[in-house]
Structures are given as C-alpha cells and as structure tokens.
Design a protein around this ligand. Structure first.
Ligand SMILES: *[C@@H]1O[C@H](CO)[C@@H](O)[C@H](O)[C@H]1NC(C)=O
Ligand SMILES: *[C@@H]1O[C@H](CO)[C@@H](O)[C@H](O)[C@H]1NC(C)=O
Length: 389
C-alpha cells in the first residue's frame, strides 16, 4: 500500500492526496498534506534503505570487493603497451637453415650453449616434464631453492629430497640452496627479488658466458623444445625475447588463453643480464610453449601454493582453503580465489566470465607428459579428481 502511495505521489497530486490522507480544502492544507505525503514516502524509503540496503551493499562490497574493482579496471587502468609479436614457424620436417631463414635469421655453424635457470618451490612433476622437454637442447640446468616461501613461510627442500629422481640431469646440474630471511609482514616481492639475485650468482657459478642462451622463466612456464632449438641455432636473434606461452589452469584440460608472456630468453651479457620475471622488451615470439598454473597432483599442494603465493592477500576467506571446495573448483575450471578475469577491456572481462571450458585436445603437449601419461594422468583432459595426500 505505502509503496503504491509513493508511486502515485510522483505521478499526480490529486491521487496522492486521496491515498495519503483524503484531506481536501484550502491551499495551505493541500500543501501540508503534500508535504506529509512526500515525507511519509521518503521516511519509509529511507528507513528501508538504511535497514536493508546499506548492510546489503556493505556485505556485497565486502564479499565481492575484488570483483567490483576488477570489473571497473578498464576505467582506472590503461592496458600495457602491446607486444610486437614475431610470427613463429615450425615443422619437424623443415630444415634448421630454412626455419632460421623464415624468421629472417641465419643458421649458425654450431648452436649456442643453453642455460635453463629456475627458482624452485615444490613443483616436482612439472619440473620433470620441463627438464625432459628441454633436455636435448640444454647445456646446464641451474636450480635454486630456498627453505622459505616468498611469503616467509618455512618450506622443505623438495628438490634436494628428490634429487635422485633427476638422475638424467645430474651431470649438467648446478644446484643452489639459499636460507630464507623470514622477515615478518614483509611484501613477498622483496623475498622473491632476493632469491632472483642469488640466482644470478648461481648462474656465474654454473659458468655462463657471453652469448650463451639463458632461459628465465618460472618452473611452470615451459618453453617447447623446438623453440629453444631454433633460438640456439639461429644467429641474429634479438638480445632479449619474450616467449608467448599457452596458458592452462589446473591441467591441460583447461586452456585459458595464449597471453602468457613473462618467460624470456636472453643472449647472456656479463654485468648486464639480470634474472627477472617482468617485462624487459617489446618483442614476443608467438606460440613458444605452455604455462600450466596451479597444475598440482595433491589438494594439499593447492593449499600450500595459495598460502605461499605472492598474492596471498587473495585468500579473503578461510573457506577458500577447504579441500572439498578446492576439488570442486578444479573440476569446474573455476577460480580458486573467486576472482574476476584480470583484463583491461570490458569486452575481454565479459568474454572470460565464468569457468574455463574444457578442451579435449591433448595434441602438441610436452612429449614427456604423454610418454608418462599414466604417471601424470591428472594433468590430462578428463582427469580432474585429485589425491588428497
Ligand atoms: C618427414 O620426413 C620423414 C623422413 O624424411 C618422412 O618419412 C616423412 O614422410 C616426412 N613427413 C612429412 C609430414 O612430411
Ligand atoms: C634455512 O636455512 C638456513 C641456511 O641453511 C638455516 O640457517 C636456517 O636455520 C633454515 N631455517 C629453517 C626455518 O629451516
């Protein structure tokens, strides 16, 4: 009734008078009743708003604050300068001389030496797939691990404990361990850059010299073997080149996009080259491998990573770490942190809303993954259930 009265108020005074209090009379009385009518409508609305609307809005912002800000991101943040994407040519039956030529480069008489350097946390399976993919082309594997996560939590030395599983790499391995600083409440990016500086030292110990090819990427950013083979065999490649990788989430079942660009390849220059994971140049070589984020075997690994992650602030609620929820999210291809896609245009945000659709293609994946399909089944399409251990 009251709502109807208010609605009518807006439309015609005549009906409002009747609805409000039925008074008719002098102009003064009429305007009084109008005022009352307006006030009554206002009071009720204001009261309803205060009692229900305000708490609801506060709750929605509390729960979905990230979503609100991310959705509005196209307004407050400009996209970074686009990359200059270099076309990438490859077929197994085309000669290296021709492949180099297709890219505008010349083939060398002998390949460059290749150093693959990573900061290791606990991703043993992905490391095994990576090293086997790159093994035919790598001269020296360089691996650094710490007993601290980037967020300052103590962690086991998983590589050291499992070193015997990587026998095939042993003769070409430079391993380093660095003690964490365990500074409470520090920005995780500080510990991360501290570890990257240590990796620069380890590279020198490994014997890197000028014009050796250095791969800088996280363990889960896996360049394809043929890409590294091309870059070691061709002259005149850029001094620094980012690699465009296919982004997967949880396993190779969920292909997200091809926008991973952080991995890079450098022609090493002593005193100049620094191990980094940010944008260092404008050139990006297309379709150069895979980036498999959160591709873990055990639910506990997901929980560990969520806590150890440099974006640990994304765990806004304790229930995010609930194992049943995590399993459900993995099978859905949904987001572990219940976040919106991080994109720069409304069009892209909307296109990516909701879970990632499944792909049933296991074509052009790392060879070792298919060789060991039984062992790495959880990474292949159609196997989203994880072990809890
Ligand atoms: C690739 O080369 C091999 C050996 O020269 C040949 O047997 C094969 O048919 C070629 N494949 C394609 C797709 O051209
Ligand atoms: C981490 O490693 C350093 C160097 O070996 C050691 O001194 C420190 O006690 C270790 N801390 C933890 C928590 O394991």
């Amino acid at each position: 009734m009251e709502a109807a009265g208010y609605h009518n108020c807006k439309k015609t005074d005549g009906i409002c008078e009747g609805v409000c209090d039925g008074e008719h009379g002098s102009k003064a009385v009429l305007s009084m009743s109008r005022l009352k009518c307006a006030l009554r409508g206002f009071d009720l609305r204001a009261l309803l708003f205060l009692l229900i609307g305000v708490p609801v809005i506060i709750f929605v912002i509390y729960v979905h604050g990230q979503k609100v800000t991310y959705f509005l991101r196209p307004i407050w943040e400009k996209p970074p300068k686009p990359f200059k994407v270099l076309p990438h040519y490859y077929h197994e039956n085309v000669s290296m001389a021709n492949l180099c030529k297709l890219h505008g480069w010349k083939v060398r008489e002998a390949p460059r030496r290749v150093f693959d350097a990573v900061l290791f946390s606990n991703e043993l399976d992905i490391l095994d797939i990576r090293w086997n993919e790159l093994s035919p082309y790598v001269s020296e594997f360089v691996l650094l691990e710490s007993n601290s996560t980037f967020t300052g939590l103590p962690k086991d030395l998983h590589f050291k404990e499992n070193r015997k599983k990587f026998e095939f790499a042993e003769s070409r391995l430079t391993y380093g361990m660095i003690g964490g600083r365990f500074v409470k409440g520090e920005n995780p990016f500080v510990e991360e850059s501290y570890q990257r500086v240590a990796l620069d030292q380890l590279l020198k110990i490994a014997g890197i010299t000028d014009d050796d090819l250095l791969i800088m990427s996280d363990v889960d950013e896996i360049p394809s073997g043929h890409t590294i083979n091309l870059l070691r065999w061709c002259d005149d490649i850029p001094e620094v080149l980012h690699l465009q990788l296919r982004n997967y989430l949880y396993s190779f079942q969920f292909f997200l996009d091809d926008k991973s660009w952080r991995a890079s390849v450098h022609r090493y220059r002593a005193g100049k080259t620094r191990y980094a994971h940010f944008r260092q140049t404008d050139e990006l070589l297309a379709d150069s491998g895979w980036h498999c984020s959160f591709c873990f075997r055990y639910i506990n690994d997901f929980i560990f990573k969520m806590n150890a992650y440099s974006h640990v602030d994304r765990i806004r609620f304790k229930y995010f770490l609930n194992p049943e929820r995590i399993q459900h999210v993995i099978c859905q291809g949904a987001d572990l942190f219940d976040m919106l896609p991080e994109e720069y245009t409304f069009q892209e945000i909307i296109a990516k809303l909701g879970p990632i659709p499944s792909t049933y293609s296991a074509v052009h994946l790392p060879a070792w993954l298919l060789e060991k399909a039984e062992q790495y089944k959880y990474l292949l399409p159609g196997n989203c259930m994880r072990e809890s251990g």
